[in-house]
Design a protein around this ligand. Structure first.
Ligand SMILES: [Mn+2]
Length: 274
């Protein structure tokens, strides 16, 4: 690890992005992902920032790294690539930051990182890669964690809560599988405020949210994936963030969880525009 850090630290500066090698960064991060597993347990003593879909918005990534106070733990909720113009740079930047500060930077799996397991179109980033690059990168990104747990009762993941008996069962979820599809593709819909879902993506309402959250011991879910979902759903226990100017059209928002904060609803996290 020390060798990797010595090699990579000088290259994490913003000005050297063009020379960054995505494939090398991905290969270097693979061992870290294997060691960490599918469920990240976040430090409860650090300030935590959750970041929604970035979708190729490199400026959003730079903003997060620049504005986060030293010691902050940063959790990207997935969908870093596709849609925007700077997918390669945004992903490389996050992987290099992960190598630099493994305990402070986490990237969770979104459906766009999992393209190798369930491809779809349009996927401009993946379609811009050579076949060789796809076969090198996609197995590594399929090792990304599914979720990040904070003992205040907050779970971060990309889409919907999976139907599992306990949180620890995340370790056994296969890619692809129905629970994996809920995690990476799942939508939430409150029929009072959301249009009927016509996308064919797995979609769940209040009763599923309450039942799954109870089984998993989750008080508040922080997730992204749906740019037009209401920010707060299900008695303000489900917070949806989006953090891209490249896609979705809304404001870029992150959520900050202060250390020691007691959490009963998502309003106990500070939602900040960047
Ligand atoms: Mn998504």
């Amino acid at each position: 690890m020390a060798r990797i850090l010595r090699e990579w630290r000088p290259r994490t500066r913003f000005g050297s992005l063009i020379s960054m090698d995505l494939m090398q960064a991905a290969r270097d991060v693979e061992q870290l992902l294997e060691a960490e597993g599918r469920l990240i347990r976040l430090s409860s003593s650090a300030r935590t920032v959750f970041v929604g879909d970035v979708h190729g918005d490199l400026d959003a990534v730079e903003c997060v790294f620049t504005e986060a106070a030293p010691g902050t733990v940063i959790v990207f909720l997935g969908d870093v690539v596709d849609r925007g113009l700077s997918s390669r740079e945004a992903l490389t930047r996050i992987l290099l930051a992960k190598l630099d500060r493994p305990q402070a930077v986490f990237l969770l799996m979104g459906n766009h990182e999992a393209w190798g397991a369930a491809s779809f179109r349009p996927a401009d980033f993946w379609e811009s890669l050579s076949r060789k690059e796809v076969s090198a990168l996609s197995p590594i990104l399929l090792k990304l964690p599914f979720a990040a747990w904070h003992e205040a009762g907050v779970l971060g993941l990309h889409g919907a809560l999976p139907d599992l008996p306990t949180l620890n069962h995340l370790a056994t979820v296969a890619v692809p599988s129905p629970p994996w599809r809920d995690i990476t593709w799942g939508d939430w819909s409150d029929s009072a405020t959301s249009p009927e879902n016509l996308t064919g993506r797995p979609t769940y309402g209040t009763s599923e949210f309450i039942a799954r959250a109870r089984r998993l011991g989750v008080r508040v879910l922080v997730r992204s994936h749906q740019p037009h979902a209401p920010t707060y759903l299900f008695e303000d226990r489900c917070l949806t963030l989006f953090t891209s100017r490249a896609y979705g059209g809304g404001p870029r928002r992150v959520a900050v969880l202060a250390p020691g904060r007691a959490v009963s609803t998502a309003h106990d996290l500070d939602v900040v525009e960047i």
